[in-house]
Design a protein around this ligand. Structure first.
Ligand code: NAD
Length: 424
């Protein structure tokens, strides 16, 4: 590869292919105007930046960074910042497109955006990460702002990253601008419950699906891939609500126990730097094996492209609850749906995060902060409303849950574009 820091576009290319194919299929089902469908296939704007960072050993390394705004018809761009070696223009564009549909599905007044830096965050020190975050923020400063585009955490970024972004933006403006990012620490204008919201929202949809399928909590089993922000909160919440979590994993592998894992102890073990695969009393399991463990609920909460046409026939879960973005390819989706799996698609399953980000932005704008019960009550209300909308449309039109979710989001954006008309 001529530019090692520019990301391997192949993975991102696959994701973008999935995202655009989903759009094409949903647009055909909706009978969408050709001109609108065509406009929605492309991002509104995309920025590529160079992020030079002085490393701890004195070298200066240049990383490629991206911010893509797919569509901002319904409001400011909204979407996470990802640090990963897979980040590319294609990956960022696919993720921005999914953000557009997700915000519209949840009926929150944001457009879709995404950003990231192609790097290996696990090999970088805290000082290097701070330097990279600040330079990246400065490079995209012309695109972001509370009324323009509002980043949030995604893979390998967290509340600290958001605090650095908010500080860098505020330094350039000359005053504090908390509303420029969400997912901040509470002390600098973050919202209570934001960190947990993606996992909690996913659990809200899982319990609603279990109720529909008549699966009792005490008898249910769950498997969770990914033990970061989304996966760890999901596993912990399922465990707290009496579901038997039999396996969890992270990038290095996982832990399996048919009798159920004590997820609180496992989380403490991971926080202390322990490997999941070395958790006492559990059997080590690879990520590939983990996906094929028979269970009631399988929650992929790590990366994209995990469930494909190749392994889908061996996946034996009753509910597939997508915490990650794009974990299931379209051919795998067809196989799973054919097998009777109840799929909770990513744009619905992980939308709790952006919903709580919206609450944070509202609180920052109004300078009036809610208590945790208000955040979680509103979160559940909005997530379950979207869940019911998706099921109803899926039954009415006889389409998959994924198509129904996309159709609702795409139709809302298209309607708004039609009303706003074409400029000039
Ligand atoms: P994170 O960085 O906190 O955690 C990612 C987890 O995935 C880690 O446990 C990591 O070890 C694991 N992982 C990484 N590569 C893996 C691999 N090859 N195989 C198995 N596991 C692997 O990230 P996160 O914020 O939890 O995000 C996870 C997913 O959820 C991403 O797809 C992200 O886009 C999506 N998501 C996140 C949010 C949010 O609020 N953080 C919101 C919506 C969607």
């Amino acid at each position: 590869m001529p530019f090692p820091c520019w990301g391997d576009a192949r993975e991102g290319h696959d994701m973008l292919y999935e995202a655009v194919t989903q759009l094409d299929r949903a647009a055909a089902l909706l009978g969408l105007d050709r001109n609108l469908a065509d406009r929605l296939r492309y991002p509104k704007r995309a920025l590529i930046v160079t992020v030079p960072v002085r490393m701890d050993d004195g070298r200066v390394v240049s990383y490629a960074g991206y911010r893509v705004q797919h569509n901002i018809t319904l409001g400011p761009g909204k979407g996470g910042i990802r640090y990963s070696p897979t980040v590319s223009l294609e990956e960022t564009t696919a993720l921005a497109m999914w953000m557009t549909w997700k915000c519209a599905l949840m009926n929150i007044p944001f457009g879709g955006a995404k950003g990231g830096v192609c790097c290996d965050p696990r090999a970088m020190s805290r000082r290097e990460l701070q330097s990279m975050t600040r330079r990246f923020t400065s490079e995209i400063v012309m695109l972001i702002g509370p009324e323009k585009d509002i980043p949030a955490p995604d893979m390998a970024t967290n509340d600290q990253t958001m605090a650095w972004m908010m500080d860098t933006y505020s330094m350039q403006m000359g005053y504090s601008v908390p509303g420029v990012v969400t997912g901040k620490p509470v002390v600098v204008g973050g919202s209570l419950g934001r960190r947990e919201a993606t996992g909690l929202g996913l659990c809200n949809t899982i319990f609603a699906a279990m109720e529909r399928l008549g699966i009792g909590r005490e008898k249910a089993t769950a498997v969770v891939q990914g033990f970061g922000n989304v996966g760890a909160v999901t596993a912990l919440e399922l465990w707290k609500r009496k579901v038997r979590v039999v396996a969890v994993s992270d990038v290095a592998g996982g832990a399996y126990s048919p009798a159920g894992l004590p997820v609180d102890a496992l989380a403490r073990h991971a926080e202390a730097g322990g490997k999941l695969s070395e958790f006492p009393g559990a059997t080590p399991v690879s990520n590939k094996e983990l996906l094929e463990i028979p269970c009631d609920v399988l929650a992929p909460c790590a990366i994209s492209g995990q469930i494909t046409g190749e392994n889908a026939p061996r996946i034996r879960c009753r509910i597939l609850a997508e915490g990650a973005n794009g974990p299931t390819t379209l051919d795998a989706d067809d196989i799973l749906v054919g097998n009777g799996t109840f799929v909770i698609p990513d744009v619905l399953g992980n939308a709790g995060g952006v919903t709580a980000s919206y609450f944070e932005w509202v609180q920052d704008t109004q300078k009036f902060f809610w208590d945790i019960s208000e955040v979680n009550r509103q979160l559940e209300r909005i997530v379950l409303r979207a869940f019911r909308d998706v099921i109803a449309l899926s039954e009415e039109k006889k389409v998959t849950h994924r198509m129904a979710a996309l159709m609702i989001g795409i139709a809302r954006v298209a309607e708004a574009m039609r009303f706003r008309g074409l400029y000039p």
